[in-house]
Design a binder for this molecule. Structure first.
Ligand code: BES
Ligand code: MN
Ligand code: ZN
Length: 511
């Protein structure tokens, strides 16, 4: 794992593999961003001209490598694009810094130590650069083994992430800067853990394995964990989770992870969809729609990461995470289209499509979470392809039973640099889920499928509890190339929003 530190060292004398500087798009060409003054000086104040000669414009995502000036201990200067130069007196946008740091960290894979000389006007900027660097440095190479020609040892074939990231120009003794670095480290490490869980192939991460990982990690951070196995689920009447898991050789689990603070005044419950593989079940997905379905536990991974991060940060709030874990498979014991499930809440559900399984496991977990009467519940799920069609692959949808809460969640997402958008829960779509045999069906109108799913979930939230639903089907898994601090594969979508919500709840500004 990459280590993050603040340093007052001057760039020229620093022993490192590379010095990272920022370059922005100015009105008259590229401009060197604050933080790189010493580097610019060593190029006789002509770094911007040198960069322009090399073709740099300062555009977001751009990387320009140049030899370090003579006298520098580091051999390489890496200039990373920050996008448009901010207006006079305005600072660089936190998300622009986060992305640029991520791009630089990715470009520096294979090196040992990098010094970042990016603009750090405020403590929050150090947090953003640190977060971008740690998230950008992520790589998943657990399964990358290449037999060497000599037939002996096997070696990883990916480049190792940069081991040490030093931020220059921050204030290492300033409490706010220190806190920002600690926060960036805790959040990024837990977010990267969520990415690891998502990227782990489903033959290795079944519900029991996920529960075991949660148990180990939670213990290491002093959290309480309760795991309901298939017997406990049957005894408790969790018909939704059991119904979805019944087709799989790997039994389902409901995991409850609790972080409690002695100073807590509020309780936030987080519920995550944890389908370790979604084949669709008897309503089998066609080829072309199932290759990435190991990502269907991204909601549970995000919830788990957020609870551990809240504990590491010592937030003064109680946070309970509920991981609804099951594998959705077709078999002789699988739930059939036409079956009726008796849910944990007592409601009955006619399963019309076994591929609408997420809402079934979430319904039981939402009802379980509701029993503790938390101040608010937020669920996170890769729930519908419809949400992807509506919002694309980088934006998650937010639905809620309370307009002000939905707005607060949206603002929290924006604050931490996650793209999200509010979606409605139109009442008229409810009747599409009327069932002739049960209280509700698990499918309704095709149009507005993401909203129909949200309306279904709403029925399993306890009376009077504030609730929001995040449909992360789009941004949870990046099937295209890496960008900014986002790698290919599992992204850790919603983790930062959930942590922010826990912080806001602790401050009494939410729920
Ligand atoms: N896990 C899928 C949703 C999904 C699709 C997530 C693509 C990520 C990428 C979910 O369980 C599902 O299959 N939903 C169905 C619901 C339908 C049967 C009502 C869908 O969206 O097609
Ligand atoms: Mn499905
Ligand atoms: Zn699913």
């Amino acid at each position: 794992m990459t280590a993050l530190t603040l340093s007052t060292a001057a760039a020229p004398g620093l022993r490192a593999d590379a010095i990272v500087v920022g370059v922005a798009k100015g009105a008259q060409g590229p401009v060197v961003a604050p933080g790189a003054e010493a580097v610019d000086k060593a190029y006789d104040g002509k770094l911007a001209d040198v960069l322009e000669t090399l073709g740099a414009s300062g555009a977001e995502g751009e990387v320009t490598k140049l030899p370090a000036p003579s006298g520098f201990k580091a051999p390489l200067v890496l200039a990373v694009g920050l996008g448009a130069e901010p207006e006079k007196d305005a600072g660089y946008d936190a998300e622009a810094l986060r992305r640029a740091a991520g791009v630089a960290a990715r470009a520096l894979a294979g090196t040992k130590k990098a010094a970042f000389a990016l603009p750090l006007a405020e403590a929050a900027d150090a947090g953003a650069v640190g977060e971008g660097a740690l998230l950008g440095a992520y790589s998943f190479d657990t399964y990358k083994e290449t037999a060497q020609t000599n037939g002996a040892a096997k070696s990883r074939n990916g480049k190792a992430p940069v081991a040490d990231v030093v931020l220059l120009g921050g204030k290492p003794r300033d409490r706010a800067y220190k806190a920002a670095i600690e926060r960036a480290t805790a959040v990024s490490e837990e977010l990267n853990r969520a990415r690891d869980l998502i990227n782990t192939p489903p033959n290795d991460l079944n519900p029991a394995a996920f529960a075991a990982v949660a148990q180990d990690a939670a213990k290491a951070h002093g959290l309480k964990v309760q795991v309901l196995d298939e017997k406990a689920l049957a005894k408790g009447g969790y018909g939704g989770i059991l119904g979805v898991g019944s087709g799989s050789a790997s039994a389902p689990r409901l995991v409850k992870v609790s972080y409690t603070s002695p100073k807590a005044k509020k309780h936030l419950a987080l519920v995550g969809k944890g389908i370790t593989y979604d084949s669709g079940g008897i309503s089998l997905k066609p080829a072309g729609h199932n290759e990435t379905m190991k990502c269907d536990m991204s909601g549970a991974a995000a919830v788990f990461a957020a609870v551990v991060a809240a504990a590491r940060l010592g937030l003064e709030v109680n946070v309970t995470g509920w991981l609804a874990l099951a594998e959705n498979m077709p078999s002789g014991s699988a739930t059939r289209p036409g079956d009726v499930l008796r849910m944990f809440s007592g409601k009955t559900v006619e399963v019309l499509n076994t591929d609408a399984e997420g809402r079934l496991v979430l319904a039981d977990a939402l009802w379980a979470a509701s029993q503790e009467k938390p101040d608010a519940i937020v669920d996170v799920a890769t729930l519908t392809g419809a949400m992807m069609l509506a919002l694309g692959s980088r934006t998650f949808g937010i639905m809620a039973n309370d307009d002000a809460f939905r707005t607060a969640v949206h603002e929290a997402a924006e604050e931490v640099g996650e793209e999200a958008w509010p979606m409605p829960l139109p009442e008229h779509l409810r009747k599409g889920m009327d069932s002739p045999v049960a209280d509700i069906a698990n499918m309704g109108e095709r149009m507005g499928g993401g909203l129909v799913a949200g309306l279904f979930l709403r029925e399993f939230v306890g009376e009077g509890i504030t609730w929001a639903h995040l449909d992360i089907a789009g941004p949870a898994f990046n099937e295209q190339g890496p960008f900014g601090y986002t790698p290919k594969g599992g992204t850790g979508s919603a983790v930062r929003t959930l942590v922010r919500l826990a912080e806001l709840t602790a401050a009494g500004d939410l729920g």
